[in-house]
Design a protein around this ligand. Structure first.
Ligand code: UDP
Ligand code: MG
Length: 313
């Protein structure tokens, strides 16, 4: 079974056409399919449109969030409720083309676990969107070691087993291929069609760049140090204490051998400051160790509240 996951936030005009296009793409495959539409607290008529569509076609499953949680939360809910062994997220705004789905599936059949879409000919504003996105993709590739051109493209295909345990926070849906790859999945990409937005407007602005960079930091940190945060905090702490000792020794040397009074140089201040910083870092590292233990041992919590469900028991 194929599960298509669609996060929806204020996309009322696009939804009927999206439904038609998805049917046209999925029907000829001759496999059972479902589309899970997650209404991420839309403030327009998306909820009514979704309920109407779900009433005429039970292959459409709808989840209404109580409020707006963001694309990542919506995608997470979609994954939680999907029953297919293949999971395909796609945007609701018709910018991705459902016609690409058969090609993604064909690529999966070649033996891959994740096939990522690459909007090679991207139809978004070039200065505000495409340039920052290109830099972000380069950075993510470098830091993660997973070589993809377009992490931000929603249209991807996953085998269920590689993402069933993934927990997503912040804006991290774009990093799913990285998690999957770290867990040993075979990841590849194919160019996909991209259309300009016809209805509504993009939900993101430039602030997304900062979020992506910070998320990347978190992902890298979690990957390398989630089980040993004290190595990072304690590392900084020890470094700071060593600097403190060196600076203190220098100040003493000046005082004892060259008769330079302590208050004549900033060294004693620096010594105290770095010592305090070092101790604080180490204590924070111990706290972080406590936190990670809680974190590892309290999995299985839901990160969203659901208002209503359709065609799901
Ligand atoms: N989206 C969402 N919640 C949000 C923001 C966006 O579910 O808070 C959905 C939106 O409806 C669309 C997809 O995420 O289906 C991508 O959003 P958008 O088209 O605004 O992003 P862009 O294509 O501009 O990168
Ligand atoms: Mg879009």
């Amino acid at each position: 079974m194929i599960s298509v996951i669609v996060p929806v936030f204020n996309e009322e005009e696009s939804l009927p056409r999206l439904y038609e296009q998805l049917c046209a793409a999925l029907e000829p495959l001759g496999q059972p399919w479902e589309v899970i539409l997650v209404n991420d607290g839309s403030r327009d008529n998306s909820a009514e449109v979704l309920d109407r569509l779900a009433a005429i076609d039970t292959r459409l499953k709808v989840v209404h969030f109580r409020r707006n949680y963001g694309q990542t939360g919506a995608m997470m809910a979609g994954i939680d409720f999907a029953s297919g062994d293949i999971i395909i997220p796609i945007d609701a705004d018709l910018q991705n083309d459902p016609k690409d789905i058969p090609r993604l599936l064909a690529k999966l059949d070649e033996g891959y676990d994740v096939v990522s879409g690459w909007r090679r000919d991207r139809k978004d504003d070039s200065l505000r969107r495409n340039l920052p996105s290109r830099m972000a993709n380069w950075l993510i590739s470098r830091v993660s070691g997973v070589k993809l051109h377009d992490y931000g493209c929603s249209l991807k295909a996953y085998r269920r087993e590689v993402i069933k345990d993934v927990k997503l926070y912040g804006e991290m849906h774009r990093f799913i291929p990285i998690y999957a790859s770290w867990l040993g999945a075979r990841v590849t990409e194919i160019p996909v069609t991209h259309h300009a937005r016809q209805f509504g407007q993009s939900k993101y602005g430039l602030e997304r760049i900062a979020k992506v960079v910070l998320d990347l930091l978190v992902v890298k940190f979690l990957d390398r140090y989630a089980q040993k945060p004290i190595y990072v905090f304690g590392g900084f702490g020890l470094l700071s204490l060593v600097i403190s000792a060196l600076v203190g020794a220098w100040a003493l040397y000046l005082k004892l051998f060259l008769d330079v009074a302590f208050i004549r140089t900033p060294l004693p201040l620096l010594c105290v400051f770095t010592a305090m910083l070092g101790i604080t870092c180490i204590l924070m590292g111990l706290l972080a160790e406590l936190v990670t233990r809680t974190w590892f041992e309290s999995q299985g919590r839901s990160t969203y509240l659901i208002r209503a469900k359709r065609n799901l028991d």
